[in-house]
Ligand binder design. Structure first.
Ligand SMILES: NC(=O)c1ccc[n+]([C@@H]2O[C@H](COP(=O)([O-])OP(=O)(O)OC[C@H]3O[C@@H](n4cnc5c(N)ncnc54)[C@H](O)[C@@H]3O)[C@@H](O)[C@H]2O)c1
Length: 312
């Protein structure tokens, strides 16, 4: 039995570009839709005493002949301690024998595959060539949403809002050179008013984006809510938007839609399609507002890990 490889975030970032992440994530959604992958439900270990949680995310991805599990946390107070809010590790096994093939840092990989979902949603669901984008929350996931979306659209302008002005400034400083115009805004409404695409990446547990804050027509990519009880959008937005999810079961119990479903404001069958459906050719009827609820799937993580291993 050979010694398992240890792969770092730096290794991943050297070998997987945002364009790779988008291509591989698309393929993973299509394979999942065609039932070529296996993915049991995520398991949550809640630690409210530390304002955080852990998730265990297993999957089998035959395309790369790997099985494995991601162990990932979400601790929203971490940035004050100088740590990322979300950190992850992946174990990759041979599905035939169970042999451990690799241990991987999966923090960067999580950002890449989550950013890829934003880019895929943008490509599929907005026809606007040069969209205006509002970022609500300017942390790590926002950074990668932007990196990936720039692969599929030339952005006209960006408005950002974060409850920490310091964080908005760090975000603006780090990414400004890529873009024409970026403005730091003092409220959600000011950030969203001219937006064609609104991307929410906060760890909130109550609505921060209200219906009055957003234009009549827009695409909202809701990333932050990825556990039971989390929420970023007011239910009134969800109740009359076209709803697209990465996975119906996960979105219903732990995505942006979870609180609206629990309170019976919407039902699971209000969901119009998954991203895999759309990538496989399903059409949706036009609606002014579309909400994409991303919860993050283990099949995406394993697919990117498999792609990495196929390159080394
Ligand atoms: N859907 C997915 O696949 C997926 C993947 C990774 C992370 N997440 C989730 O995304 C969220 C953000 O993760 P991150 O790694 O970017 O964290 P982060 O700590 O790097 O960034 C979060 C940002 O949101 C800001 N913020 C918090 N509350 C706010 C509010 N009320 N209004 C405006 N800004 C606010 C913070 O100041 C911070 O800058 C977490 O909830 C995490 O669990 C989801």
């Amino acid at each position: 039995m050979s010694k398992p490889a240890y792969i770092t975030d730096q290794d991943i970032l050297k070998k997987i570009t945002p364009a790779d992440a988008i291509r591989i994530t698309k393929q993973a959604f299509v394979d999942y839709e065609a039932k070529r992958n296996k993915m049991p439900e995520k398991i949550y270990l809640d630690l409210p005493e530390y304002n955080g949680d852990f998730r265990a995310m297993p999957a089998y991805v035959p395309r790369y002949n790997i099985a494995g599990i991601k162990w990932v946390n979400s601790h929203k107070e971490n940035p004050a301690l100088g740590l990322p809010s979300v950190m992850a590790t992946l174990l990759i096994n041979n599905p035939k024998t169970g042999e451990l093939i690799a241990m991987m840092d999966a923090t960067a990989l999580t950002c890449l595959r989550t950013g890829a979902v934003g880019a895929i949603a943008t490509e599929l669901l907005t026809k606007i060539e040069n969209p205006n984008i509002a970022f609500i929350g300017c942390g790590k996931q926002a950074e990668y949403q932007l990196k990936c979306i720039q692969e599929v659209k030339k952005i006209n302008h960006i408005n950002v809002y974060d409850r920490s002005n310091n964080q908005s400034e760090i975000f603006a400083k780090n990414i400004k050179h890529n873009l024409g115009e970026l403005r730091i805004r003092e409220s959600v409404k000011a950030a969203c008013q001219t937006a064609n695409i609104i991307i929410t990446t906060t760890p909130g547990t109550k609505a921060i984006v209200m219906k009055d804050d957003i234009p009549e027509r827009c695409l909202i990519i809701a990333i932050g809510a990825d556990a039971e009880g989390k929420q970023e959008l007011d239910h009134s937005i969800i109740m009359d938007a076209t709803l697209i999810v990465d996975d119906i079961t996960q979105a219903s119990h732990s995505g942006e839609l979870n609180t609206a479903i629990t309170l019976k404001k919407i039902k699971r069958n209000n969901i119009s399609a998954t991203l895999g459906d759309l990538l496989s050719g399903k059409k949706i009827t036009d609606n002014n507002r579309i909400v994409v609820d991303s919860t993050g799937l283990a099949i995406q993580d394993l697919a990117l890990a498999g792609f990495y291993l196929s390159k080394v």
